[in-house]
Design a protein around this ligand. Structure first.
Ligand SMILES: [Zn+2]
Length: 281
């Protein structure tokens, strides 16, 4: 165990104990000094869910909650689940299942309703939504925005943060306004896979050195993530589970201790209401 003397949170990753590295990845994270994880459910199709009935998505969430419980046993801190519908699902529903964009929207909003139930019951920490990062028709784009707005309504209702998967952007102020209009403060909207700077939501910065340094320098709120996907078919597609603790050590060597506190204590508290210090054993 390499002591970093601080909580170290990876704000967005996925684990697939059946096909991928699962708890081995969690142990690797912890060995390098990682303490807390936000584990996002895998895209439903990866778990073989090919349905338009939101109820059929419950097993995806139950699987994630089980993984979170197991991961917590391997961490000096703990893990929490983030549940929702991957924005790419809309294309699968429209192109593969023959849904209209409106039918796909209704299905995905229903999936989010179920995810919000888990938050309401205290079984999940936040919601996951967004819109495709690739080109889609206007109808699919509009339907995706409606799904995201529904996620903001639910976030306001159950009092939780909403993680977003969106196109690459340094300005999502319009999206943050949609959240504010529905009663969800902009800072509780988190753009996953963000670069070093972002207007609007809170950026969850991909832990490349350049982006992390930009965020640290900025003095602005940020979180750190890897988007590790734990997919044996796509090794190296994203950053590995060691990356966040390694970058935290690097930030410390560069004298960015204030930024470490910001990304791993203050902003997690502000965005999610979690206390990464008192949950450290
Ligand atoms: Zn992800």
């Amino acid at each position: 165990m390499e002591e970093l003397q601080t909580p170290v949170l990876d704000n967005h990753l996925h684990l697939d104990p059946k096909r991928g590295r699962g708890m081995e990845a969690v142990e690797e994270f912890a060995r390098l000094g990682g303490t807390h994880l936000l584990i996002v459910n895998q895209p439903s199709w990866k778990l073989g869910v090919d349905s338009t009935d939101p109820e059929d998505f419950r097993p995806v969430f139950e699987t994630t909650i089980g993984i979170v419980e197991e991961a917590t046993d391997h961490l000096p801190g703990r893990a929490w689940p983030i549940l929702g519908a991957h924005p790419g699902l809309i294309s699968r529903l429209v192109e593969d299942r023959g849904c209209s964009p409106a039918e796909a929207r209704d299905c995905m909003q229903g999936v989010l309703d179920i995810a919000a139930d888990y938050v309401r019951e205290g079984k999940a920490l936040g919601l996951k939504s967004g819109r495709p990062h690739y080109d889609v028709s206007d109808a699919v784009w509009d339907a995706s925005n409606d799904v995201m707005k529904h996620a903001f309504e639910l976030g306001a209702e159950v009092d939780c943060a909403v993680q977003l998967h969106t196109e690459a952007s340094e300005d999502l102020t319009e999206v943050a306004e949609w959240a504010e209009d529905r009663g969800l403060p902009a800072h509780r909207v988190v753009k996953h896979y963000a670069g070093g700077r972002l207007a609007g939501p809170t950026p969850s910065v991909m832990s490349n050195k350049d982006w992390i340094e930009t965020a640290a320098e900025s003095g602005e709120p940020f979180l750190m993530e890897t988007d590790f996907i734990d997919d044996p078919d796509r090794p190296g597609a994203v950053l590995g589970p060691k990356t966040v603790p390694r970058r935290v050590r690097w930030l410390h060597e560069q004298g960015y201790d204030e930024a470490i506190r910001r990304a791993h204590v203050e902003i997690p508290e502000r965005v999610y209401g979690i206390d990464t210090e008192s949950t450290l054993s």
